[in-house]
Design a protein around this ligand. Structure first.
Ligand SMILES: Cc1ncc(COP(=O)(O)O)c(C=O)c1O
Length: 286
């Protein structure tokens, strides 16, 4: 039975109850993070905590816990759940109040965190690649905020699944932004490309690590606007996220990408990424 954290105490997940007037439930008025755990080590924890703090500040939610307290509670949560390979989910809502759009004057943030077994990318996807379709980016204009108001993302992902694809790659005003739940990388003329950070995409922790590894390994990359025609002609397409890591896309809108197999640069980058992860697992780096 997994153990979660809710408003100051650890308890079995089945016993955790949220008030029906919680603004996270009523309005999606909350922020969340998903942090992978390898061998009991929270991966890129400081970066995830910083993004959580930034996002809470962006929507004016005061969690009434500082970074050290949040770090401590997540580390304790991992221990309570056996310290293996996990996916930690943490959500902070504005709290419980009578339903009204206006921020309540007195309201204590609800803080919930749980740990689930980590479900990464399947071996089949890693060897054959995934398929994706392009869809119009129907989301709002604050996509850099990791809010639980994810209805548009859910509809987009569901449409992709119903069209036998694993992810929707989103297009806003002719430019590629990201996936419905992932960031996007392309390889064009042996250079790695990714859209620059903006309010139209989530500043992914995995995205940052990929660029950090590219710098260390002298892999040429560019953060630049990407038109749909560039996406269509890319020799490689990758999607990145904390739980799925780096996923090669080998079919786009039913057509083969490159030679239809995970590309050479993906193989290289994935090796660097796995080496980095192993070092974190062994406690050699944070
Ligand atoms: C819309 C969106 N973009 C990008 C990402 C990847 O972010 P990260 O690497 O921090 O998991 C996610 C992750 O869930 C996401 O939902």
């Amino acid at each position: 039975m997994s153990i979660c954290w809710l408003n100051g105490e650890f308890l079995p997940l089945e016993d955790a109850k949220i008030h029906v007037l919680d603004r996270g439930f009523i309005f999606g008025d909350s922020i969340y993070e998903v942090i992978p755990v390898y061998g009991g080590k929270l991966f890129r924890l400081e970066e995830h905590l910083q993004r959580l703090i930034n996002n809470l500040a962006a929507v004016k939610i005061d969690p009434k816990l500082n970074v050290q307290e949040l770090r401590g509670l997540l580390e304790a949560l991992v221990e309570h759940n056996g310290s293996g390979d996990l996916s930690v989910y943490v959500q902070v809502s504005r709290g419980v109040a009578a339903r009204d759009h206006a921020f309540p004057e007195l309201c204590l943030a609800t803080i919930f965190a749980m740990a689930n077994p980590l479900v990464g990318c399947s071996e089949k996807t890693l060897s054959e690649g995934a398929s994706a379709i392009t869809l119009d980016d129907i989301r709002w204009r604050y996509c850099h905020i990791k809010t639980t108001s994810l209805l548009a993302n859910i509809l987009l992902r569901q449409q992709a699944l119903e069209e036998d694809a694993t992810e929707a790659i989103l297009i806003r005003d002719g430019l590629v932004t990201e996936g419905a739940a992932s960031n996007l990388f392309l390889v064009v003329d042996t250079v790695l490309l990714t859209p620059p950070k903006s309010t139209f995409l989530l500043p992914g922790i995995t995205r940052d690590l990929i660029l950090e590894l590219a710098t260390k390994q002298n892999i040429a990359y560019k953060e630049c606007d990407i038109e749909q025609s560039t996406l269509n002609s890319a020799s490689e397409i990758w999607l990145s996220s904390s739980t799925k890591e780096i996923v090669p896309v080998t079919r786009l809108n039913g057509k083969q990408v490159g030679n239809g197999k995970p590309g050479n640069l993906w193989v290289q980058m994935n090796t660097h990424f796995q080496n980095y992860k192993d070092k974190v697992r062994q406690g050699l780096i944070n």
